[in-house]
Write a protein that binds this ligand. Sequence first.
Ligand code: HAM
Length: 418
Amino acid sequence: MEIKAIRGFNDVLPEEIGKWQFVEGTARTVFEGFGFSEIRIPILEQTRLFSRGIGEATDIVEKEMYTFQDRSGNSLTLRPEATASMARAYLEHQMYSFDPVAKLYCMGPMFRYERPQKGRYRQFYQIDAEVFGVANPMVDAEVIIMLIEFLKRVGLENLELQVNSLGCRECRPQYREELKRFFESKSFQLCEDCQRRLNSNPLRIFDCKVETCKEAIAGAPKVTDFICAECQKHFGEVKAYLAIAGLAFILKPEMVRGLDYYTRTAFEVVSYQLGSQNAVTGGGRYDNLFQEIGGPDIPGIGFAIGMERLISLLPKEKEVVRRPDLFVAALGLEGQTEAYRLINQLHLNGIWAELDYEGKSLKSQMRRADKLQARRVIILGDEEIKKSRAVLRDMEDKSQEEIPLSNLVNALKEKVTQ
Ligand code: HAM
């Protein structure tokens, strides 16, 4: 076929959709239980929302956004993430005027022009949860507890929760300078990109996968040694609250996250089953984001789960095979008319029934019923019509019984819901 999907853009086929629906359904149940409400935001936003929100000197804004001009010359961008858009919606609709605290979640596709590989796509789905309006470290822990509960409920095991603190506007500049000094002394080891990052954003060097840069990173000063007393206190409380909740975590001082809006708490959940793209979830606090996008001083914290990575880790038993409740095998004109009437009534009653539309032999209809893994087959041949009784065959235990046509829908409804 000549016209194919765009590189890095995937179809989710019907045989996989059961897992997606299961994951999305579980997220709704768990998040709503924690007081979160769903919000749906546009896929396109003004480019400056992301360049200001995520930060000009991030990989996302520098080289990964799908940005274009619309017919009126406005610069628009396909959302590379959802946090900035959710913050924009909260401000635009003055959601704070009713209650400053908003707990929101959303699900949907994000777009980043990255090099596609296993676990990294150009269109990928996220489930995103955010709390706006609370600075208390208790909520940092609450959000992480919700995330871990969700991951547990979908059946994921052997995950590692990593946490860090990235400081704030007051203490980060000092750390940045320290880092710059350190990497300048190692600049001969740094790749071309990191040489540039040295001046624009030295924290980004931590994300570099080039071997010589990774060696340079090994001895770098730790952010948690430089954060101010307020940030230390906040981080100490987050760790204490996680411990009270019985959550195991490891400290990861080199985790800086790929977006510039983070302040204080940052966290990731990784799986060593995933290979190089091992983060299932990333998140953290962003107490300056609202101001960066032109709003008042409102704190926020949240996370986003990568759906494709999560789904690739689901245990086998979460695979859902959809099977028809019933296959209607009909022979002859009368049988087919009766079958048509029957499947319509069944569908109106929420019973999934399949029919052969080609007028094939009983043998070939039974073969199709087998292929579709129908649980039961109802046979409507001339003989059955004449006797006003249909034959119901259980495809699992192979038993058969006759059911009067007059009571067919009710009898089938009862059987299917048994
Ligand atoms: P992020 O770390 O860029 O954070 O993305 C979160 C998750 O999305 C990753 O851990 C990964 O599972 C998935 N992901 C990211 N890029 C790709 C890709 N190209 N292909 C497949 N999966 C991918 C954010 O997006 C922040 N907005 C999270 C956040 C919410 N922070 C605070 N609130």
